[in-house]
Design a protein around this ligand. Structure first.
Ligand code: NDP
Length: 336
């Protein structure tokens, strides 16, 4: 069996050297439990936070510890009454080919419902994040304008598509012309703006002639400062992610904070941070009921960026943090 551990904590940007691939004995099935084989591993931006030793909403990964992560896995050994060999499950195996489990937190998957990989993306945690953040905090009303960055990724792409279904103008921010074209032509957004365009401020203002009513915040940093002047009164901001700040690369000035607070006051903004699982119990069933049919009939679009082999997970992860990915980042760990 193989696993990837955290070799060292990153200083600034993550590098592949912060990880180490290890060959280990294949774990045995624990008494009363299960042995899992990872098929698809999901790579997600939150994992960057787990690499730092600082207080957050979750405990960091220890040096030498297996990197955490969710995957689609196959049961290859079972002494558990609820799971048989051959079952497919959603599990927090981490970055490894095999994992023992006591059965806690496993979700059984029906491969007939949707391609298994979608349970890590459009029909999984990122899709649910988009759905819950938009519905509960964004509260879209027909005729309004929503802006979302990282618009071609699993969270942003669904935010825009759900906004369109709610009768809202959807404007995406994405890195580069290919992603911007995809956001408009494939996902059906009304407009897209490249955040690397030196005229981004003007382009965004042109794309939002009636201002911004909902800004689904995935990025923070310089993009937030660009969005700020365009807010309408009573705009809502689901604060979902701040990927531009995860590496500590962005340093705002005191003026940036003052501008933020002035806008919050003078335009009666509502900012609310959230972690998707806060909404799980109340909203996960309606999420699946709403989005799964659209995925099945093709009216909701998604894109996956699949890397082959566990050994390539570190470089795929580094690429995602800098926008080299195009779609939901997955690693195919074993053939399905
Ligand atoms: P994506 O697949 O969209 O990958 C991240 C993308 O962020 C990159 O592809 C890149 O896209 C963009 N990006 C990176 N750096 C910058 C930058 N400096 N400025 C602008 N864009 C940048 O990831 P997800 O859809 O999985 O996640 C999107 C966000 O949602 C993240 O911030 C993540 O942490 C957050 N999240 C929060 C959850 C919660 O519960 N609160 C749950 C899941 C995700 P591009 O090339 O377009 O710039």
């Amino acid at each position: 069996a193989r696993q990837i551990v955290l070799a060292s904590r990153p200083e600034g940007a993550v590098r592949p050297e912060n990880f180490r691939l290890e060959e280990v004995a294949t774990p045995v099935c624990p008494p009363g439990g299960l042995l899992l084989r990872t098929l698809f591993l999901s790579l997600d931006p939150y994992m960057r936070g787990r690499m730092d030793d600082r207080k957050s909403y979750a405990t960091p990964v220890a040096i030498g510890g297996v990197m955490e992560g969710e995957s689609v896995a196959e049961v290859i050994g079972s002494e558990h009454p609820d799971h048989a060999v051959g079952d497919l499950v959603l599990a927090r195996t981490g970055w490894r080919t095999h994992a023992p489990s006591d059965g806690t937190g496993l979700r059984k998957l029906d491969p007939a419902l949707a391609p298994l990989s979608t349970r890590l993306g459009v029909l999984g945690m990122p899709g649910f994040t988009a759905y819950a953040g938009l519905k509960v905090i964004g509260r879209p009303k027909p005729g309004e304008t929503v802006v979302v960055a990282a618009a071609s990724g699993p969270v942003g792409s669904l935010v825009g598509q759900l906004a369109r279904l709610a009768g809202v103008r959807a404007v995406g921010i994405a890195g580069g012309p290919d992603k911007c074209r995809y956001v408009i032509e494939e996902l059906g957004f009304d407009a897209a703006v490249d955040h690397r365009d030196p005229d981004m401020r003007t382009r965004l203002a042109e794309a939002c002639p009636d201002g911004i009513d909902i800004y689904f915040e995935n990025v923070g940093g310089a993009v937030w400062q660009t969005v700020l002047p365009l807010f309408n009164r009573f705009a809502r901001v689901p604060v979902c992610g701040l990927i531009a700040q995860y590496d500590g690369a962005w340093h705002g000035t005191p003026d940036d904070l003052q501008a933020t607070m002035r806008a919050v006051l003078t335009r009666s903004l509502t900012l609310r941070g959230f972690i998707n699982y806060e909404f799980d119990a109340e909203h996960f069933p309606s999420f699946l009921d709403t989005v799964a049919p659209g995925v099945a009939d093709g009216s909701i679009r998604y894109r996956e960026d699949v890397t082959e082999g566990l050994e390539n997970a570190p470089s795929a992860f580094v690429g995602m943090l800098t926008g080299r990915n195009f779609g939901k980042v997955l690693v195919r760990v074993a053939p399905d």
